[in-house]
Ligand binder design. Structure first.
Ligand code: ASP
Length: 437
């Protein structure tokens, strides 16, 4: 049995917590490989090491003094002292500072939190440290090269009973460092699990797993004890952010289950994320609810669009010209809509797109809605249970909310409902009450 464990920033935040991590790691001999994040916040208002490093890079660009890096140094000196290590962290911090100044690469600077934390952890546990730059391979334009990475990682770990691997970053074939997006140590953990053919990927964080909906909206929501990769993907894409959404792919292909655990309450059951084989859907039709605000929706209507060859392609080429992603594309017989994250839109872009699409396909109707919140209601149980959609829309109607858009994924795993931003919380509460109370 091989377990790969990843510990997040809160678990790594100071000496006391790092000891806790070490105790958890060593208490089970099947826990073999440890992936760590940079130290996170110790208390409300504290700074994350990664944020301080981004500040360091900004200061460097402006030619300002690197005061943020002084804070990074203080934190690591404190940790090493608390752990009672004789390891010369001062030298490592000074070398790192010199490299940061030399490289002037934001990703390089940001990655140093994991680089340093993993070395401290390896010293404390007296096991080898693996620098992610040697084993996580990115393309030169910053995408993960999965095939190369799995093979580099597997050969670096072959023959090592245990090791600590720095999360969050890797390098391209020229040695330039790249990072995943924020929270990306989860992805590194999944890569390690896949590379060593782990039986379980344990992801240790500061919550006891997934909740059925956002606790900021619903008081003490139910805990999800098990869910499938696909349910997780839908929920995390929509904002349930316990786990980085890209961390599913490496383990999913290899059918490795993920267990989310709480470093500060290790006795809690946590949430188990299962491959399709072996997953028993919960008795409830709905497993979880997630959502996000601030989307724009473009509605296009044209009768007989189904018989017009190239209709969708012409519209899509407009999006492509503007290098604009769309999130969903709900469609009907004579209608097609596009859901766009408003954060992706530049000034005036919606108007330009309208003009170009109208030129390309001369629709009968063209309408843009902005300020839309999407709510995803997710569960394998929905396709088996008659009347789920009726209950959902009835609950929303009883809450007095007008539904602006509906998209049912073709997998019948989710129904996405669009409402005005101001109705977001009310809708989530109504849906939660309907399916969970
Ligand atoms: N330290 C990085 C961040 O704060 C990556 C991680 O914690 O997973 O985003």
């Amino acid at each position: 049995m091989i377990k790969v464990c990843k510990f997040g920033g809160t678990s790594m935040s100071d000496g006391t917590n790092i000891r806790r991590v070490a105790d958890i790691f060593t208490s089970d001999p099947s826990r073999r490989y440890l992936v760590v994040s940079a130290p996170g916040k110790r208390f409300g208002g504290d700074a994350k090491i990664t944020d301080l490093l981004y500040d360091t890079h900004r200061a460097l660009e402006k030619g300002a003094p690197l005061t943020a890096y002084l804070k990074v140094k203080e934190r690591f000196f404190g940790i090493v002292r608390e752990l009672g290590l004789s390891f010369d962290v001062g030298r490592l911090l000074a070398e790192t500072e010199a490299q940061i100044v030399r490289e002037r690469n934001e990703a390089f600077t940001a990655s140093r939190g994991e680089y340093l934390a993993a070395q401290v952890m390896a010293e404390f546990l007296e096991i080898p440290f693996i620098d992610a730059k040697d084993v996580v391979r990115f393309t030169r334009d910053g995408r993960l090269d999965g095939a190369q990475t799995f093979s580099l990682m597997a050969s670096a770990l072959r023959g090592k009973r245990c090791a600590v691997i720095a999360g969050f970053y890797g390098a391209d074939d020229t040695g330039r460092v790249h990072t995943f997006s924020r929270g990306g140590s989860d992805v590194t953990g999944a890569i390690v699990a896949r590379a060593v053919g782990a039986d379980l990927y344990e992801n240790w964080t500061d919550v006891s797993g997934f909740l059925a909906c956002d606790p900021k909206i619903v008081d003490a929501p139910a805990r999800i004890t098990s869910l499938s990769y696909r349910e997780l993907r839908e929920l995390s894409y929509m904002g349930a952010n316990v786990l980085h959404s890209e961390s599913i792919f490496p383990v999913r292909e290899a059918n490795i289950p993920i267990l989310i655990k709480n470093t500060f309450r290790p006795e809690d059951e946590g949430t188990r994320i299962m491959p399709a084989a072996g997953y028993i859907p919960s008795a409830r039709p709905v497993t979880g609810i997630a959502g996000k605000k601030d989307f724009a929706v473009i509605f296009i209507e044209k009768s007989l669009m189904n018989s017009e060859i190239g209709f969708a392609r012409k519209i899509l080429s407009v999006f492509e010209r503007h290098a604009l992603n769309f999130e969903h594309m709900p469609s009907g017989i004579d209608t097609i809509s596009f859901v766009i994250d408003e954060g992706e839109l530049q000034e005036g872009m919606l108007e330009e797109i309208r003009r170009e699409i109208c030129e390309e396909v001369s629709p009968d109707q063209y309408k843009t809605l902005t300020g839309i919140a999407l709510i995803a209601v997710v569960g394998h149980g929905m396709s088996r249970t008659v009347g789920t959609a009726a209950r959902l829309f009835d609950a929303i109607a009883r809450a007095g909310v007008n539904v602006r858009m509906i998209d049912q994924g073709s997998s019948e795993l989710n129904i996405i409902v669009g409402v005005d931003n101001e109705n977001y919380e009310r809708t989530v509460r109504a849906v939660y009450d309907e399916f969970f109370r």
